[in-house]
Design a protein around this ligand. Structure first.
Ligand code: FMN
Ligand code: SF4
Ligand code: SF4
Length: 434
């Protein structure tokens, strides 16, 4: 088994799987059980200022999107930060950290944009022995209406300012948790870095309305006939999160800034993808809420096995490995020519590929009277739609044409060398390399 020990901004944990700040990390009982199950660290449910705790709704706080097999794909919530007293949370954190010194324990914080408020909370959490703080600039509902959460994360100047205060008033490593509810994720990441933050974590939840009750004419979850937008998470948000992580990892202004990857991580493979795109570790919420804490054991064994297969002895060998291969469209090789291939032995003759290609792509699949489906190479543009709609995994594959062959669609010889849009004859702004 490969060693999964992770050192993220000086915080060590036995594996890169942390629970994100959310209900799974809301209290001592949960966190102890999470550590017993094997989680490498937790970001405690976000703490607010001392005084009367926040008040949650008493009606439903979740909505969901399902796949055809009712597997949960997306979760929407209107929960606020912790509604338990600050002193209780701090005391529980102190006890848990004392008993689990090898696990990472991070305090998630959200207080008003006011230096005194941040100084006060930092001093109190430092006293628990926790390993670092995560600044919740991401929560997009409820708290944002009060000028906190994503209301801060959407203004890079505030992000940088609060990160600066936190570095000034605490010796703890500072992670800035970013909101995806912004046009360009690189801006707040840069501001966090400029403010002195040690790392960023992303994504927090995405503004969402999951569904509308068509009898009540109100968004769901519905509270007494009304609904509010919530925060979306779970497997459905992973592609958005992966892209944002990659944007930060490959931007020269933020390259090298440590990233904690969050958003839809459900399997070891999801985690490995985040890490390959530059995340030093991952955080998980919805998967734990759906399947329970023991899901981490599959993640640990799967990642270990993968690393063994690859010959990686440390997670550092995985982190960022895919970043150089994330490029702009203009840098893609236009001489890479493929055609769809249907494996007749696997085909169940459902006809989905035919319908998709015939009606919405390039009329490149032929259907015989006895429902044998074949690709017309002289029409196939290799869009991959048939692969994506085919219900049998691996039944349709994209096969590369060797250099020197003639593409029957274009009549042109497939070239060996790499050539992209920047030098293409149709590009009026092409480089004058020739
Ligand atoms: C019910 C619920 C409550 C959450 N509360 C917090 C919170 O208090 N602080 C925070 O930073 N993120 C909070 N989050 C966001 C998660 O930490 C995480 O960023 C998000 O759910 C994406 O990860 P996932 O796709 O693994 O769920 C919450 C998420 C859910 C579902
Ligand atoms: S790859 Fe696209 S164009 Fe080619 S057969 Fe499939 S759907 Fe049609
Ligand atoms: S979608 Fe797949 S299984 Fe269905 S007919 Fe096409 S190749 Fe066969």
């Amino acid at each position: 088994m490969a060693d999964l020990t992770t050192n993220f901004i000086g915080i060590t944990s036995p594996n890169p799987f942390w629970l994100a700040s959310a209900p799974p990390t809301d209290k001592e009982y949960n966190v102890r059980r999470a550590f017993e199950a094997g989680w490498g660290g937790v970001v405690w449910k976000t703490l607010g200022e001392a005084g009367p705790p926040v008040v949650n709704v008493n009606g439903p706080r979740y909505g969901a999107i399902y796949g055809a097999d009712r597997r949960l794909l997306g979760l929407n919530n209107i929960e606020l930060i912790t509604d338990r007293p600050l002193e209780v949370n701090l005391e529980e954190m102190r006890r848990v950290k004392r008993d689990w010194p090898d696990r990472a324990l991070i305090a998630s914080l959200m207080v008003p944009v006011n230096e005194d408020a941040w100084r006060e909370i930092l001093h109190r959490v430092e006293d628990t022995g926790c390993d670092g703080v995560e600044l919740n600039f991401g929560c997009p509902h409820g708290m944002s209406e009060r000028g906190m959460g994503s209301a801060v994360g959407q203004v890079p100047e505030y992000v940088g300012q609060v990160a600066h205060w936190c570095k000034k008033h605490s010796n703890l490593p500072v992670i800035v948790k970013l909101t995806p509810n912004i046009t360009d994720i690189r801006k707040p990441a840069q501001a966090a870095k400029d403010g002195g933050a040690d790392a960023v974590s992303l994504i927090n939840t995405i503004n969402s309305i999951t569904s509308v009750d068509l009898d009540l004419f109100a968004p769901e979850p519905t509270i007494d006939g009304r609904g509010a937008h919530g925060g979306y998470c779970g497997p459905a948000v992973k592609p958005i999160a992966l892209n944002m992580v990659a944007e930060i990892a490959r931007d020269p202004a933020t390259a090298g800034l440590p990233i904690s990857g969050i958003g839809g991580v459900t399997t070891w493979r999801d985690a490995a993808e985040f890490m390959a795109l530059g995340a030093g570790n991952v955080q998980v919420c919805t998967a734990a809420m759906t399947y329970g804490f023991k899901i981490v054991q599959e993640m640990i064994s799967g990642l270990s096995q993968y690393m063994d297969d690859k010959g990686f002895t440390s997670v550092d060998q995985l982190v960022g490995r895919a970043v150089p291969n994330v490029v702009n469209w203009k840098d893609l090789n236009l001489n890479y020519v493929t055609k769809a291939r249907i494996n007749q032995d696997d085909c169940i003759k459902c006809g989905r590929c035919y319908a998709a290609c015939e009606d919405t792509s390039h009329q490149a699949i032929a259907m015989s009277e006895d429902r044998v489906f074949t690709v017309k190479d002289d029409e196939c543009v290799a869009c991959n739609l048939c692969v994506n709609v085919c219900p049998i995994e691996g039944c349709i594959t994209m096969e590369r044409m060797a250099a020197g062959m003639v593409d029957p669609r274009t009549g042109e010889v497939v070239q060996d060398e790499y050539a992209n849009w920047t030098t293409h004859p149709n590009n009026p702004g092409r480089c004058a390399a020739e």
